[in-house]
Design a protein around this ligand. Structure first.
Ligand code: NDP
Length: 292
């Protein structure tokens, strides 16, 4: 892996390193635009191919990537759990989360990582340190699970999970209490919720606000937000969700879902090539798509 594995230009001029994404449906995934913008900007001779891969073909796709010497690939819906049986090992947090969205070829072994929560934490760290903080986490699906596990492993003191479905919320809370040092509790979401006074960081990890239902409103009372509370949204499209706008109007420090997506790209490129890509270049490539 890493840059050393890229073809030495002087000897092999026409062989690009390969990376990409396996998912279905694949056509609406904008990651390719952001990653290839970074490759171009940094002069990395690599390609990122967005591949439509049906569930029954996932094993063949992984074997194909291995046969062709891909540096690695992203996995998206519906392959994040199913891909694990085709891999040789898992990164620490991916093992706890139980899902993989970034596979890396390391010493001829395919290792599964999860960048969802790591991307979120990298974006969060631009404004706040998660250690010792109290989180209010809305949602308990795949994104929430990844964010909560990484926050717990990064030293979050308290994680209050708010979710409509009790079973799904309870499963996440049990996982956090068992596998991370954080203290987690469940609030079942049945009607408007207020933000507890001790909250430092509010995270919307539900799908509420995602295009096309852009005016959808979370049942969350933002009136009581303390000034300086961090309010983060996972929704990348549109980046300025109703939550972000409401929180900003109340003096909160806001983080949009584009930042998390961009940081995931930065982490993937680092895994595959060893290069620290410029997030500003990647954000511009995505913002151009989402505002179009
Ligand atoms: P899941 O389907 O796994 O989970 C969805 C979650 O949203 C569940 O907890 C569900 O609650 C909750 N939810 C849905 N509708 C409502 C509602 N009306 N009110 C309250 N809660 C609701 O989805 P993912 O976790 O995979 O994805 C969630 C969002 O995260 C998506 O919009 C996706 O675009 C975004 N995302 C962004 C990333 C980024 O890099 N910016 C990366 C990954 C995801 P319940 O369990 O009660 O049904």
């Amino acid at each position: 892996g890493r840059l050393a594995a890229l073809p030495p230009r002087a000897r092999v001029s026409f062989l690009s390193a390969l990376t990409g994404s396996f998912s279905t449906p694949a056509g609406e995934n904008p990651t390719v635009a952001m990653i290839e913008a970074a490759y171009r900007h940094h002069g990395i001779d690599a390609r990122y191919l967005n591949c439509e891969v049906a569930p029954a073909a996932l094993g063949d796709a992984v074997r194909g990537a291995r046969a062709m010497g891909w540096l690695g690939f992203n996995c998206s819906i519906p392959h994040k759990v199913a891909v694990i049986e085709h891999l040789d090992g898992l990164g620490d947090s991916a093992a706890v989360i139980g899902a993989v969205n970034c596979v890396v070829l390391r010493d001829d072994r395919l290792i599964g990582e999860n960048t969802d929560g790591q991307g979120f934490l990298a974006a969060l760290r631009t404004v706040a340190d998660p250690a010792g903080r109290s989180f209010l986490l809305l949602g308990a699906g795949g994104a929430a699970r990844a964010i909560a596990v990484e926050a717990g492993l990064a030293g979050a003191a308290r994680i209050t999970v708010v979710n409509r479905d009790r079973a799904r919320g309870a499963e996440l809370v049990a996982l956090l209490n068992a596998r991370t040092p954080a203290s987690a509790e469940l609030v079942v979401w049945d009607g408007f919720q207020r933000v507890p006074d001790e909250t430092d960081i509010v995270v919307n990890a539900t799908s509420v606000g995602l295009f096309p239902d852009v005016d959808a409103r979370l049942e969350l009372d933002v009136d009581g937000l303390r000034e300086g509370t961090v309010v983060a949204d996972v929704i990348p499209n549109p980046p300025r969700t109703r939550l972000i706008r409401d929180a900003e109007a109340r003096g909160a420090t806001v983080l949009d879902g584009l930042g998390m997506l961009v940081q995931q790209g930065v982490i993937s490129i680092r895994h595959w090539t060893g290069v620290d890509a410029d997030p500003a270049v990647m954000r511009r490539a995505l913002a151009a798509i989402f505002s179009a």
